[in-house]
Design a protein around this ligand. Structure first.
Ligand code: AQP
Length: 328
């Protein structure tokens, strides 16, 4: 079986962007692939996190994985910091990285823009992500569009390592959805919808209550024109809402457009809210069940065990190849 690895940071409340761009594919790939889905808590601390919040968010992401349909019997669900090999290979990948290529990463530029003090962890986020993927010799990495550049770097680092020390890592391929790979913010369609945004109105959290969802969508920005027409260049806001609609309803953008021909924004937004609610409600119900059952800790223990057995094999080989003296 080919292998898949991906993850989501426990850095806030997951949004429908995270679901549509990434998690939805996690679920779809689990039947065909040997799948590993982690909660990236080591990545989350590249920006300051309150300890109690971090614990809660980590458990929240884990339970959401299970709630959206990732089956722990098929896929390993695990916490990144439970498998210490991530930090270890992350360091080795950092030593393989160049300052110049890390400085070119747009996520680093975005997250450090305008800040007086920028954490070094933010700078070395991409080599840690490379380690996450390469540890499992993953063939495929399902991600949203914003992670494409980091994946390209991962491929470069794998190639560099193989070239310098001999064939060791599989060079992974990205798996990016054709539609919905970049859900934009509800209040500014030039920005990505992001779970760490301080503006709650800019995103729909997967655990937002139905009435909150309805309000947020009613207030979502739209242009002054008319018509439910998919045109990301000239009508970025309505196009973004149409993308969300298509994904939630499981239909194409053309079908959305046809369905709302001649109708106004008001009617469309009302229906969109109901589509989002209908998609999220069963997940929220399952989420509540999983959280109250306490089952998540067993799932994470099993997941980490399964992940660590592969990660340990890779790190051993890497250290041997690089010339680290093995303990006797
Ligand atoms: N708006 C989005 N549209 C589509 N996909 C998205 N992803 C994130 N936002 C969108 C995808 O979700 C996965 C998890 O992302 P992450 O937690 O590793 O960090 P991120 O990419 O930086 O996402 P966020 O939500 O914006 O987190 P914060 O705010 O903490 O930085 C990835 O596959 C990502 O592409």
């Amino acid at each position: 079986k080919l292998r898949v690895l991906s993850g989501i940071q426990s850095s806030g409340r997951l949004t429908i962007g995270n679901y549509i761009g990434a998690m939805k594919n996690f679920v779809e790939l689990q039947d065909e692939y040997d799948s590993y889905y982690m909660i990236a808590d080591l990545h989350a601390v590249t920006v300051p996190q309150d300890p109690a919040d971090l614990r809660e968010q980590t458990e929240m992401v884990a339970a959401l994985y299970a709630a959206v349909g990732i089956d722990p019997a098929k896929a390993a669900i695990f916490v990144q910091s439970h498998v210490h090999q991530h930090a270890e290979l992350g360091w080795l990948m950092t030593t393989l990285s160049y300052m110049g290529e890390l400085e070119r990463m747009t996520q680093f530029k975005d997250k450090s823009a305008g800040k007086d003090a920028v954490g070094a962890g933010l700078f070395v986020y991409p080599p840690l992500m490379a380690a996450d993927i390469l540890l499992y010799q993953a063939h495929l990495v399902p991600v949203g569009d914003d992670q494409k550049q980091h994946l390209e770097l991962t491929r470069d680092l794998a190639g560099r390592f193989n070239h310098r020390y001999g064939e060791t890592f599989r060079v992974p391929e990205p798996f990016i959805p054709k539609s919905g790979a970049r859900i934009m913010s509800l209040d500014d369609a030039s920005n990505k919808m992001s779970k760490s945004s301080p503006l709650a109105g800019s995103y729909i959290a997967m655990l937002d209550e139905p009435d909150v969802i309805r309000k947020k969508i009613a207030r979502a920005k739209t242009d002054t024109g008319m018509g439910i027409v998919f045109d990301p260049q000239n009508k970025p806001e309505i196009s973004n809402l149409m993308t969300i609609y298509a994904s939630c309803a499981g239909i194409t953008l053309d079908e959305v457009q046809a369905r709302y021909e001649g109708q106004g924004y008001g009617a469309f937004k009302k229906d969109l809210a109901e589509q989002v609610v209908a998609m999220l409600e069963p997940m929220q119900k399952k989420y509540a069940e999983i959280r109250s059952s306490g089952a998540i800790h067993d799932i994470l223990r099993d997941g980490a065990e399964k992940a660590a057995s592969i990660a340990e094999k890779t790190i051993r080989q890497v250290k041997e190849t690089m010339g680290f003296l093995s303990p006797r």
